[in-house]
Write a protein that binds this ligand. Structure first.
Ligand code: ZN
Length: 72
């Protein structure tokens, strides 16, 4: 996969978690390298970027649970 594809996948995953788990009440701003230049500049410099640690914590927990169950 390219770097862009990886970022797009992870960004989509975060958006899905935010929406389905938290009903969009937790911020998960897009960070994939698509989109207009103004947003890319904002991402590059971290301007107006909002992202809840709860979204990442949920993904971390889910992955750890999966890993602890071994191969499946
Ligand atoms: Zn995105």
């Amino acid at each position: 996969m390219t770097r862009e594809e990886v970022l797009n996948k992870l960004c989509t995953l975060c958006t899905e978690v935010s929406k389905k788990r938290f009903g969009n009440s937790e911020a998960s701003d897009c960070f994939c390298p698509q989109g207009d230049i103004s947003r890319l500049i904002a991402i590059r410099y971290g301007l107006n970027f909002q992202f809840s640690d709860k979204v990442i914590a949920f993904i971390e927990q889910a992955v750890k649970e999966k890993l602890s169950k071994g191969k499946s």
